[in-house]
Write a protein of this length. Structure first.
Ligand code: NAD
Ligand code: UFG
Length: 340
């Protein structure tokens, strides 16, 4: 298959590009580098030992998309390109709607014009908001709590309407839980801009000495150790989910929604201890106040992905931490350590 990976220089897109390439796909990467380094593409090429085609372009640029698609031969698009910072989306909602919603509409329009009607879309567990019951399955009513989460839900609805209007579309909506870890080679990994918002990148930067200590956002939640609980999924397991979704779309027309998570909830302190074991250092931390907008507990019911896609995650939290530490300890400043 010839597959376009939008946002393929980013964290999840780059790991998925490798897995697609290794599975025999002809991969073309597209990214505007709004949140990724040029060196990520260099690292992908050296890791795959292949001169992976890369197009620097914005998904909102119809002319540029036409240029890419008119090359011909594309079978599918795996669409990661989006802005993803929840807090930032509350400050700059227009930028999020323009990039994530209008950008996706433009991409779909140009795909249709070129007869490409197979898409895997990166949605998020954030569409569920604060569900009443755990684990979360796909029938749980969406209740997005931020402009970011709402952009994902709006695109999901747009995709359903598109498929209703043209039943030739084959669309997989994947709702990811917390993507973490890095490629086992240590050559690529997550490289957040500025101070990380997310737990594991923050802990990894404390371990490597870039940050002084972790603030644990609340220890008075109604959970066994009082800290928040999440479903941490190795990015390679997540990447594999996309391959399974593409296989599924090869056999089925329609719109399909699947959670990608492990089904296991881990507390903030569980993660701190697991990372300490992986890196052999202690992670200084202090208890801080709760972070506004945090849900208490969130973990997936991944049964539907297992039964329909044949997808089961392989890697546990220990492996997540070992792989993340290999990346962070060899690239203390992320891709900033490499020449583009
Ligand atoms: P990322 O920021 O590392 O990757 C996104 C990539 O898309 C970046 O390289 C960025 O430069 C590119 N991009 C953004 N807007 C673009 C545009 N208009 N045109 C071209 N390229 C553009 O983020 P990620 O963590 O790899 O997330 C990938 C996808 O998964 C996103 O859609 C995100 O919303 C979704 N998601 C991520 C998580 C997570 O835990 N990381 C969880 C749920 C959903
Ligand atoms: N946490 C801390 N200290 C930190 C960072 C996080 O204690 O410095 C805690 C949070 O309070 C939470 C847990 O660690 O209990 C996980 O927080 P993250 O910020 O890593 O992840 P979230 O679950 O808040 O959100 C992430 C992405 C969303 C995505 C969601 C999917 O940021 O975009 O996972 O489940 F939608």
């Amino acid at each position: 298959m010839k597959t376009l990976v939008t946002g393929g220089a980013g964290y999840i897109g780059s790991h998925t590009a490798i897995e697609l390439h290794d599975a025999g796909h002809e991969v073309v990467i597209l990214d505007n580098h709004s949140n990724s380094a040029r060196a990520a593409v260099t690292a992908l090429r050296s890791l795959t030992r292949h001169d992976l085609p890369f197009v620097e372009c914005d998904i909102r640029d119809a002319t540029a998309l036409d240029g890419v698609f008119s090359e011909g031969g594309f079978d599918a698009v795996v669409h990661f390109a989006a802005l993803k910072a929840v807090g930032e989306s509350t400050v700059e909602p227009l930028r999020y709607y323009d990039n994530n919603v209008a950008g996706t509409a433009r991409l779909l329009d140009r795909m249709a014009a070129h007869g490409i009607k197979t898409l895997v879309f990166s949605s998020s567990a954030a569409v569920y908001g604060n569900p009443a019951a755990m684990p979360i399955n796909e029938t749980c009513p969406p209740d997005p709590q931020s402009p970011y989460a709402r952009t994902k839900l709006i695109v999901e609805e747009l995709l359903r309407e598109l498929q209703a209007a043209d039943p030739d579309w084959r669309i997989s909506i994947l709702r990811y839980f917390n993507a973490v870890g890095a490629h086992a080679s240590g050559a690529i990994g997550e490289d957040p801009c500025g101070v990380p918002n997310n737990l594991l990148p923050f802990i990894a930067q404390v371990a490597v000495g870039r940050l002084e200590r972790l603030s644990v956002f609340g220890d008075d939640y109604p959970t066994p150790d009082g800290t928040g609980i999440r479903d941490y999924l190795h990015v390679i397991d997540l990447a594999q989910g996309h391959l399974k979704a593409l296989d599924y779309l090869g056999r089925n027309k329609g719109v399909f929604v699947h959670n990608l998570g492990t089904g296991k909830g881990r507390s903030v302190l569980d993660v701190v201890r697991a990372f300490e074991r992986a890196c052999g250092r202690s992670i200084p931390h202090r208890i801080a106040g709760r972070r506004a907008g945090d849900v208490v507990v969130s973990y997936a019911d991944p049964t539907k992905a297992r039964d329909e896609l044949g997808w089961t995650p392989k890697y546990d939290l220990a492996r997540i931490c070992t792989d993340l530490w290999r990346w962070q300890s060899t690239h203390p400043h992320g891709f900033g350590d490499q020449k583009a």
